[in-house]
Structure formats: structure tokens, C-alpha cells
Write a protein that binds this ligand. Structure first.
Ligand SMILES: C[S@@+](CC[C@H](N)C(=O)[O-])C[C@H]1O[C@@H](n2cnc3c(N)ncnc32)[C@H](O)[C@@H]1O
Length: 310
């Protein structure tokens, strides 16, 4: 089968999921199916429900995992609908959930998907091709204020306003249609010497905005806690600081009991911790994996275990 995506920290993910016989697991970001395949191979009694919002990923993984067809179910959906989709499959509790966030190598490398400034293609960047707004729409219609906000918030880009202005000036002459055109505008307008880093931040910001990546993450993590059986594991791998911050803060909050101010003599919030954090610090890939797969360099893996419901 042709190359799709090299799964990151597979061994660590398997160990952290702590697969148990007869268990039911969710791969919330199926992609090329690498992690799911490793799970299915490692324990012949488990079942996996694999989600992806990209129909091309579902098609590829379905083919790759054909031999496990009695133990794997494919769900073409955003993981924002995790609980609803599991309920449709008559699943109320699962024993582990894996999130391997972001985009796959295939999505980035395919010029027709318009994600990368390294490949020339029509500006698109939708993970789910059935949604309506493309990067072309956003770049050619958003106000300078909105472009600036997105570049700042999701790209943490210092030259956000300056680049937004350059985009507005350019599109007033003719629409910006391709990744290379956008890349050239950034090259010509950015004052930074590190043009590639600026481009990476601007392209990342557009992608996060269009796909609502940060908006759906917190809700999906909350739904995961509700879906996990006691001792079930939540394993989340993120690739940039904005995502990792959400995952970390979410786990810290869920792990807390009472959050009343210290001045309250008696607890009034009745908050009970739902999880135990198993990784005080995130786990990263080792040097040999990073050498073989540079994408693994930025991976941060956090794990929590569901507590008994009180
Ligand atoms: C990093 S790749 C996963 C790679 C996979 N673990 C493997 O071994 O091939 C991330 C995948 O998650 C999907 N994805 C990202 N956000 C999603 C969301 N909100 N809902 C469903 N799928 C999502 C992307 O379409 C992409 O295929």
C-alpha cells in the first residue's frame, strides 16, 4: 500500500492505552490507520471505533484494515460528535480513547488539498471537504481585522497585522488563488529574516481557524471523560503549543476536587475529580524516532486515567 502517514510514538501509545482483553477503544483521529492497526495487531480480542472527518482517510484506512473488518468500525465524523456517534453504534462506555491531533502527512503532501506552502495548489485546507469555507474564501473575503486576529491567535505571529494588510492590498488587484501566491505575498511582505517560520505560522493559523481545531477539542475531551469506563485511558498527542495548552489545562481541571476559594469554610462547588493524570510532564518521541520522522519532534503526549464514578 502507498505511504500515507508514519504514526508517531506507536509503542508509547499502545503501552499507555493499556489494552485489555475484550476492550472497546476509540481512535478519534484515524488518519492512515497506523495507530489503529498497531492496536488491533497487539490484542486480537479488542474492538476499535475509528473516527475521521476526512473521507479520504476513512477510505484509505478501511482498505488498509480490511483483514480486521470484524473488529474495526469506521465513522466519518468530526470527533466533536464523539458521544452521539458512539450512541448510534450502541456504545456507552469505552476502555480507552486516542487523539493524534492535527493533519496527516498525506493531507499536507497532497497539493490538491492546499495545506502546504511547499506544494503549489489551490488554497483549500479543509480536512472535511464537505464543509463550505475554504482557505481561498477566507483569504479573499475576511476583513484585515479578522485576518489579523486569526494570524495572532492561532499562529502567534508578530507580523499578523502587517501580513493581513499585504494580503488585502494584493487581493484588491486580483484574487489570491494558490498556496504559492499566498506564500509569495508573505515572502515579499514579512520583515522577519525567518520567512519559512512566518509562512508556517500563517498557514497553521488559517488551517486551525478553518477547521475549528481548537474549538472542538475541549468539547471532545469532555465527551471522552463521559465515555470512558473506570480505569479507561485518555491518550492525547498534540503538535503545537496551543493544542497542548488546552489538553494540559483540561486534564488539570478534571483532576481537581473542590475548586472553592480557600476562604470558604465548607465546599460549595461539589466538584469531584474525574481523572488521575498519569503524565506530570508530556512524553516526547525519542531521538531515533525524531531522526527517522522529523514530524515526531513536536509531539507531546499526555495521558489520564478515568476514576470510578462517585
Ligand atoms: C495526525 S493524523 C492521524 C494519523 C493516524 N494516527 C495514523 O496513524 O495514521 C490526524 C487525523 O485526524 C483527523 N482529524 C483532525 N481533526 C479531526 C476532528 N476534529 N474530527 C475528526 N477527525 C479529525 C485528520 O483528518 C487526520 O486524518
Amino acid at each position: 500500500m502507498e505511504f500515507y502517514h508514519a504514526p508517531v510514538m506507536v509503542g508509547v501509545c499502545l503501552a499507555q492505552l493499556n489494552l485489555k482483553d475484550g476492550g472497546v477503544y476509540v481512535d478519534a483521529t484515524l488518519g492512515g490507520g497506523g495507530h489503529t492497526e498497531a492496536m488491533l495487531k497487539s490484542n486480537s480480542t479488542i474492538t476499535v471505533y475509528g473516527f475521521d472527518q476526512d473521507s479520504a482517510a476513512i477510505a484509505h484506512a478501511s482498505k488498509r484494515l480490511e483483514e480486521f473488518s470484524d473488529r474495526v468500525h469506521f465513522i466519518h465524523s468530526n470527533f466533536a460528535r464523539l458521544r452521539t456517534q458512539l450512541a448510534l453504534q450502541r456504545i456507552t462506555k469505552v476502555d480507552g480513547i486516542l487523539f493524534d491531533l492535527g493533519v496527516s502527512s498525506r493531507q499536507i503532501d497532497d497539493p490538491t488539498r492546499g495545506f502546504s506552502f511547499m506544494q503549489d495548489g489551490k488554497l483549500d485546507m479543509r480536512m472535511d471537504a464537505t464543509t463550505s469555507e475554504t482557505a481561498y474564501d477566507f483569504i479573499n473575503t475576511a476583513s484585515v481585522e479578522e485576518l489579523t486576529r486569526v494570524f495572532r491567535e492561532y499562529g502567534e505571529e508578530r507580523e499578523a497585522y502587517h501580513i493581513a494588510r499585504a494580503i488585502a492590498t494584493s487581493r484588491a488587484v486580483k484574487p489570491i488563488e494558490t498556496t504559492y501566491q499566498l506564500s509569495e505575498i508573505i515572502d515579499l511582505s514579512a520583515r522577519s529574516q525567518h520567512k519559512i517560520k512566518v509562512k508556517a505560522r500563517i498557514f497553521q493559523a488559517i488551517r486551525i481557524h478553518l477547521n475549528g481545531e481548537l474549538d472542538v477539542l475541549k468539547s471532545a475531551l469532555s465527551q471522552s471523560i463521559q465515555a470512558l469506563a473506570p480505569q479507561g485511558r485518555l491518550v492525547v498527542m498534540s503538535y503545537h503549543s496551543l493544542e497542548d495548552r488546552i489538553v494540559k489545562q483540561f486534564m488539570v481541571e478534571e483532576a481537581k476536587d473542590c475548586v472553592c476559594p480557600p476562604s470558604f469554610p465548607v465546599c460549595q462547588c461539589s466538584k469531584i475529580s474525574t481523572i488521575k493524570i498519569l503524565t506530570r510532564k508530556p512524553i516526547g518521541a525519542d531521538a531515533s524516532e525524531i531522526e527517522a520522522n522529523p514530524r515526531a519532534r513536536s509531539a507531546k503526549l499526555r495521558v489520564a486515567e478515568r476514576k470510578e464514578e462517585k
